[in-house]
Design a protein around this ligand. Structure first.
Ligand code: HEC
Length: 127
């Protein structure tokens, strides 16, 4: 019995130590705000936003490639955040705008920070 008690207190000690180590240096849990905009954008593009379903980096599938979008927005000095809020006209392929429009249901639920992340991520391909 004593052995068991020692053993369990040993495990409690270990788990306490682990917890304090893990939370060290992290402001809060699951906080997307601490991410760099580009990393946040990538995560949304491939995850919650499911943008990858229609946008590949260097190849047009259903939607234009990310590189093409970045190029057009760079040269025309466009604002992707405004576009995703449905506050700006399409610049890349207006003939297919109806298809893209369905995604505003998702992007309109995103915070400015998340939209900025998406924009930063897309612009990272214009180099
Ligand atoms: C169902 C397919 C589909 C999905 C999913 C999709 N898009 Fe698109 N997207 C398109 C099509 C088609 C176009 C071309 C029409 C256009 O330019 O508006 C487009 C165009 C765009 C453009 C250029 C708009 C312009 O000015 O012409 C941006 C920026 C964009 N998408 C971002 C996104 C982001 C961010 C997501 C994820 C939240 C996303 N798309 C998800 C199909 C899609």
């Amino acid at each position: 019995m004593k052995k068991l008690f020692l053993l369990s207190s040993f495990f409690i000690l270990i788990s306490c130590k682990k917890e304090s180590e893990e939370s060290f240096g992290k402001p809060t849990e699951s906080n997307t705000e601490v991410k760099a905009p580009e990393a946040l954008g990538k995560e949304l593009f491939e995850g919650k936003g499911n943008c990858v379903a229609c946008h590949k980096v260097d190849q047009k599938i259903i939607g234009p490639s990310i590189q093409d979008i970045a190029k057009v927005y760079k040269t025309e000095n466009g604002n992707i955040v405004d576009f995703l809020k449905n506050d700006a006209k399409p610049l890349v392929d207006p003939s297919q705008y109806e298809v893209m429009k369905t995604n505003f249901a998702i992007t309109k639920t995103m915070s400015d920070e998340e939209l900025k992340g998406l924009e930063t991520y897309i612009f990272s391909f214009s180099k």
